[in-house]
Design a protein around this ligand. Structure first.
Ligand SMILES: [Zn+2]
Ligand SMILES: [Zn+2]
Length: 350
């Protein structure tokens, strides 16, 4: 019988239908006995050179307002443009391209340069959730926008150019690759079972209690069975909704709470600001109902065993398949075991 804790095997990602190779026999629990020196963030509350801080200058002569909570603006270096050509290009069926129209925006979460979601107050994170909903609805209502991707890159390791707490929204004409894969798997399941794939998956995870990281009445954070990144998490809404805009007030609060819980545990893991890419997958805005789509967020963090030792996707992973040693179950246990109180807050008190 296959031993998932001790024998090499591969696991299927239900959402993308791709496989990840798992090698649990190589794990030597490298964290045992390891003591982390806490990293104390040195960011100032206001940075005169930051292009996201209130009142500061940005590219093209723009000046940020002296905003008090959140601030949204069109990206000064947008990857997509609203009025570019959407013509198709095809030469002999071999050189194929499509014009892509879109809008790229930046959302500052807070006027404070030194904060992160993990250290923001609950009402301020809750306000960011409302802004995500407003932006999704506003951008999604434009006739040429069929997909809205909200994402946050945090930390220099993830290529974030600025520590000021912010995220991006890329809204565009064609439904992107990852959305297409996940929607296809979810649609097939929904058609066969009349229930969303993630509803059934979440129910099974809650029954087994092996990969849960934290939960509240509205959301559950877990390490997916098929996780590729060492501490990858999936946040799933308990109620089957297709997008953030369908969350009621209490559920939006539940989302703010679970985001704070997950990011706090991440920071506490190596007592250091934890880099990641985070983003939501929600219903395309192409006019279809997409009842199969179940709102969720992915966190993809690169760190493996310390604040500096990261996982690389190279070699076999680039050429064949992603692979991991530490199992999803071990990763979930580690995140459950760290404190739910941010280490910096605990340091300040002592
Ligand atoms: Zn700033
Ligand atoms: Zn997804």
């Amino acid at each position: 019988m296959l031993n998932l804790m001790g024998q090499p095997h591969r696991r299927l990602n239900l959402l993308t239908r791709e496989w990840v190779l798992v090698s649990p026999h190589r794990t030597q629990r490298p964290w045992q006995g390891q003591v982390e020196e806490p990293t104390r963030e040195k960011q100032p509350r206001y940075d005169p050179d930051c292009y996201l801080c209130p009142g500061n200058k940005r590219a093209g002569g723009h000046v940020n307002p002296k905003y008090a909570n959140t601030f949204v603006f069109d990206n000064d270096y947008a990857a997509l443009l609203p009025d570019s050509s959407d013509e198709e290009f095809d030469e002999a069926g071999l050189l194929i391209a499509q014009g892509e129209r879109g809008i790229c925006r930046v959302i500052c979460f807070s006027p404070r340069h030194d904060l992160t979601i993990s250290r923001m107050d609950f009402p301020d994170i809750r306000r960011v959730v409302d802004v995500w909903v407003e932006q999704y609805l506003e951008l999604g209502s434009l006739p040429f926008i069929n997909a809205v991707q909200i994402f946050e890159n945090r930390g220099a390791m993830m290529g974030a150019s600025n520590p000021h707490p912010h995220c991006q929204i890329w809204a565009n004409q064609h439904i992107p690759n990852e959305h297409v894969k996940e929607l296809s798997a979810q649609a097939e399941y929904f058609k066969a079972h009349q229930v969303s794939l993630l509803s059934d998956y979440l129910a099974l995870e809650l029954k087994r209690q092996e990969r849960i990281v934290s939960e509240n009445p509205h959301f559950v954070a877990l390490i997916p069975f098929w996780a590729v990144w060492p501490f990858e998490t999936l946040i799933i809404s308990r109620r089957h909704v297709t997008g953030l805009y369908q969350l009621n007030g209490e559920e939006r609060g539940g989302l703010a709470d679970i985001l704070k819980q997950v990011t706090t545990r991440y920071d506490n893991l190596f007592k250091s600001p934890f880099p990641y890419t985070m983003g939501f997958h929600q219903r395309p805005t192409d006019g279809q109902e997409h009842g199969e789509c179940h709102l969720h967020a992915h966190f993809y963090p690169p760190l493996l065993r310390s604040a500096t030792v990261r996982k690389f996707m190279v070699g076999y992973e680039l050429l064949a398949s992603p692979q991991r040693d530490i199992t999803a179950e071990q990763a979930a246990q580690r995140l459950r075991e760290v404190s739910g109180e941010h280490y910096l807050d605990l340091l300040t008190e002592s």
